[in-house]
Design a protein around this ligand. Structure first.
Ligand code: HXC
Length: 260
């Protein structure tokens, strides 16, 4: 076990946001079991913390994360992989109910790209490079890369990236809709935190259900998805935040959302 935390958490109570930063710089933030466990625990703790409404996950200027840790997998048998159940850690990330933004600079590869795509939206620095290079290692993406990348960028482009292993740059990722915006490197964390702070001013019940409804678009057909959306929409009329939001509009003032 490493003494230093491999994920550093900073809370900004005033803005109700938290920043989680990978701290394994020498290995380009390669995601070993400990990094992923610390990330999952921190996200789960923040998910249960009423003072926080949105989280940002970032790396450093060289790498968001250069993939799962190859050293940990190199000599594994299928049974080791199955028993280790590492991919369950990517599923844990997916179960977080609050919005989580990935702020990506530098390498975002393999399991790192799969992690960014499992979060809710990606803000990229100019230096960001996204790729699924597993084919170079004699394997394929294993934590959602063939599925989420294909849904994000379409079959042909995903196929090329997965079959050649070649990364795309931030501009292309933006053009393809993989990332929501591209910002100068020095502004990346500030920009992602400002976006998180903006989301944190909304009703936390509404943002949670909005996230659930958008994610449902990837899992349900249109009829099911529309019905699911409608049920969540109706449910929100049970919240004090809905009454407050609509009253504030009619009274021409800013709403004060409490998450009730
Ligand atoms: C373990 C890694 C690593 C990784 C980098 N390092 N990526 N260690 N796992 N994924 C280590 C290097 O071994 C090296 O350690 C140090 O980080 C710096 O990396 P360099 O290669 O020297 O840096 P550079 O020349 O700048 O090249 C950067 C790079 C390259 C292009 C990103 O490191 C690279 O190709 N990395 C592997 C990317 C990859 O294949 N990712 C997918 C992994 S499989 P030393 O000790 O030599 O300094 C995967 C499957 C997920 O993610 C499935 C779900 C579980």
């Amino acid at each position: 076990m490493n003494d230093e935390p491999l994920v550093i958490v900073e809370r900004d109570g005033a803005r109700r946001v938290a920043l989680l930063r990978f701290n394994r710089p020498k290995q380009l933030n390669a995601l070993n079991a400990q990094v992923m466990d610390e990330l999952c625990r921190a996200l789960e703790e923040l998910d249960a913390d009423e003072t926080i409404r949105c989280m940002v996950v970032t790396g450093n200027e060289r790498a968001f994360a250069a993939g799962a840790d190859i050293g940990e997998m190199a000599t594994a048998s299928p049974i080791d992989m199955l028993r280790g159940n590492r991919i369950a850690q990517w599923d844990r990330v997916r179960r977080i109910t609050k919005p989580v933004i990935a702020a990506v600079a530098g390498w975002c590869l393999g399991g790192g790209c799969e992690l960014a795509m499992a979060l809710d939206l990606i803000v990229a620095a100019e230096s960001a490079r996204f790729g699924q290079p597993e084919i170079e290692l004699g394997v394929i993406p294993g934590a959602g890369g063939t599925q989420r990348l294909t849904r994000a960028v379409g079959k042909s482009r995903a196929m090329e990236m997965v079959l050649t292993g070649e990364p795309i740059d931030a501009r292309e990722a933006h053009r393809l809709g993989l990332v929501t915006r591209v910002v100068p490197d020095e502004l990346l964390v500030e920009d992602a935190l400002a976006l998180a702070a903006k989301i944190a001013t909304k009703s936390p019940i509404a943002t949670r259900l909005a996230k659930e409804a958008v994610n449902a678009a990837f899992e349900m057909d249109l009829t099911e998805g529309l019905a699911h959306e409608r049920r969540l929409f109706y449910l929100l009329f049970a919240s004090e935040d809905q009454k407050e939001g609509m009253a504030a509009f009619l009274e021409k003032r800013k709403p004060e959302f409490t998450g009730r």
